[in-house]
Design a protein around this ligand. Structure first.
Ligand SMILES: NC(=O)c1ccc[n+]([C@@H]2O[C@H](COP(=O)([O-])OP(=O)(O)OC[C@H]3O[C@@H](n4cnc5c(N)ncnc54)[C@H](O)[C@@H]3O)[C@@H](O)[C@H]2O)c1
Length: 315
């Protein structure tokens, strides 16, 4: 099954996503849109030349009209974090950009889906949802899919187990108030605490806190060293697109609208949801511990504050 994907923003994230999609054999057509048309053209040309080594795919730069009929439009454009800068500091300019872009993109692809990557991603998903007029099943963000990948990578390295056999989630805000749902973590279907006791590899609270800190601060650490993050976020976005294109019903912690789940309404956050060709089919209720429930509430309070600061509350 092949499909057309638009990537808005041909910077670090967008161009790496376009490249990984192009060599994946997953899609038929990729359109790269950027305010800097030359940059989009240069990236599209370079990526297209790599396609000789993989399945045919049409990669090109374009404007909004060229995106018509996209199954998924990814928004990875706008201001990015500079060293030491938080995601929330990008708010005002990226909300304005979303306001300018989303109506045109939806007009070009009224039956498609919007996948937000631009930060602060949870608030911008709320913005895109309001500005698109689309149902929430078709407007969602990358949420904590990347953070969850980072966590699974840490656990995989510690236990010497394939990350795909490690099931553990980072939930809530994609940002400084995200948290690990340790109580639901499993390795090969064995609860993490049981697995630790069986194998004599138990962590104390301090070690868990340390892992969580590393996951939460990963973007700061990487940006300080190389100026941007691109590979793992591109892999995360590609994984979400794969679930859509192949109608996989995959459970992914995308940022999606809460409508009473966990007692929360009107904000988007990263929580496990079923993703298929129609977008987000449903949110799954995770049985959180009392402490994790409090941490989810803290995350929600932070996103609510950012949504209000952006003038998006009760819009
Ligand atoms: N969700 C996540 O997990 C995650 C991870 C990494 C980065 N990000 C976010 O993704 C965004 C992009 O990051 P990056 O490192 O690729 O930035 P970048 O600066 O490398 O690229 C941004 C691109 O957006 C383009 N752009 C700006 N305004 C535009 C507009 N109105 N229309 C079209 N194009 C426009 C710029 O010309 C530039 O090419 C940032 O907000 C960043 O914080 C999110």
């Amino acid at each position: 099954m092949t499909s057309k994907i638009t990537v808005v923003g041909a910077g670090h994230v967008g161009s790496t996503l376009a490249y990984s999609l192009a060599v994946s054999g997953l899609v038929r057509e990729i359109v790269l849109v950027d305010a800097d048309r030359g940059r989009a053209e240069g990236e599209a040309m370079d990526i297209a030349h790599a396609v000789s080594f993989s399945s045919p795919v049409n990669v090109r730069a374009g404007d909004v009209a060229d995106t018509a009929g996209s199954l998924v439009t990814v928004i990875a454009a706008g201001a990015a974090q500079r060293p030491g800068q938080t995601r929330d500091e990008l708010l005002a300019s990226n909300v304005e950009m979303t306001r300018a872009l989303v109506p045109q993109l939806v007009q070009a692809s009224p039956d498609g889906q919007l996948l937000m990557a631009t930060n602060p991603v949870d608030t911008l998903t709320v913005a895109a949802l309001q500005m698109s007029g689309l149902p929430s099943s078709r407007v969602y963000g990358s949420g904590t899919v990347l953070d969850t990948a980072r966590l699974r990578n840490e656990l995989s390295a510690h236990y010497g187990i394939d990350a795909r056999s490690v099931h553990a989630y980072v939930l809530g805000e994609h940002g400084d108030r995200e948290f690990v749902a340790w109580s639901t973590a499993t390795i090969g279907n064995i609860p993490l605490d049981t697995y630790c006791s069986l194998t004599g590899t138990c962590w104390g609270q301090a070690e868990r806190d340390d892992i969580e800190r590393r996951v939460r601060n990963a973007a700061y650490e990487i940006i300080q060293r190389k100026g941007a993050t691109n590979y793992a976020i591109a892999a995360s976005l590609k994984r979400i697109i794969e679930a859509v294109v192949r109608d996989q019903n995959s459970v992914l912690t995308v940022s999606t609208l809460l409508e009473g789940q966990y007692g929360l309404t009107g904000i988007c956050m990263g929580l496990p949801a079923v993703v298929n060709r129609g977008g987000v089919r449903r949110l799954l209720p995770v049985p959180l511990s009392p402490d994790e429930t409090v941490r989810l509430q803290h995350s929600a309070t932070a996103v609510q504050a950012t949504v209000a600061a952006a003038g998006l509350a009760n819009a």
